[in-house]
Design a protein around this ligand. Structure first.
Ligand code: FES
Length: 103
């Protein structure tokens, strides 16, 4: 299990999830309000998340398709990622993220 932190309205919630699940998977298990309407096929960007600044460089870089989807977001930030593309591995123990509406 990997510990992941989710910040919502200045409150940090801690969840434990199996390794190799995505942030979108976590949201569905823990009722975090991420829509994810294309189920991870990078066709919607409704899984937009904001990665905490301390973690951004520790993630694999987004592929070109993810970068293109992110570039279309009106609320894009340099810490934006698609939650369906963030695979939570043991190396990401303590990963912290939030949702665009909460920053
Ligand atoms: S769920 Fe659609 S792009 Fe992530």
């Amino acid at each position: 299990m990997v510990k992941v932190l989710y910040e919502e309205k200045n409150i940090i919630k801690t969840f434990n999830i199996e390794s190799n699940k995505t942030i979108l998977d976590l949201s569905r298990i823990e009722n975090i309000p991420i829509e994810g309407s294309c189920d991870g096929s990078m066709a919607c960007s409704t899984c937009h998340v904001i990665i905490h600044k301390d973690w951004l460089a520790k993630l694999p870089k987004p592929c070109i398709d993810e970068r293109e989807m992110l570039s279309l977001l009106p609320d894009y930030t340099e810490n934006s990622r698609l939650g369906c593309q963030i695979v939570i591995t043991d190396k990401l123990e303590g990963l912290q993220f939030s949702l665009p509406k909460d920053i």
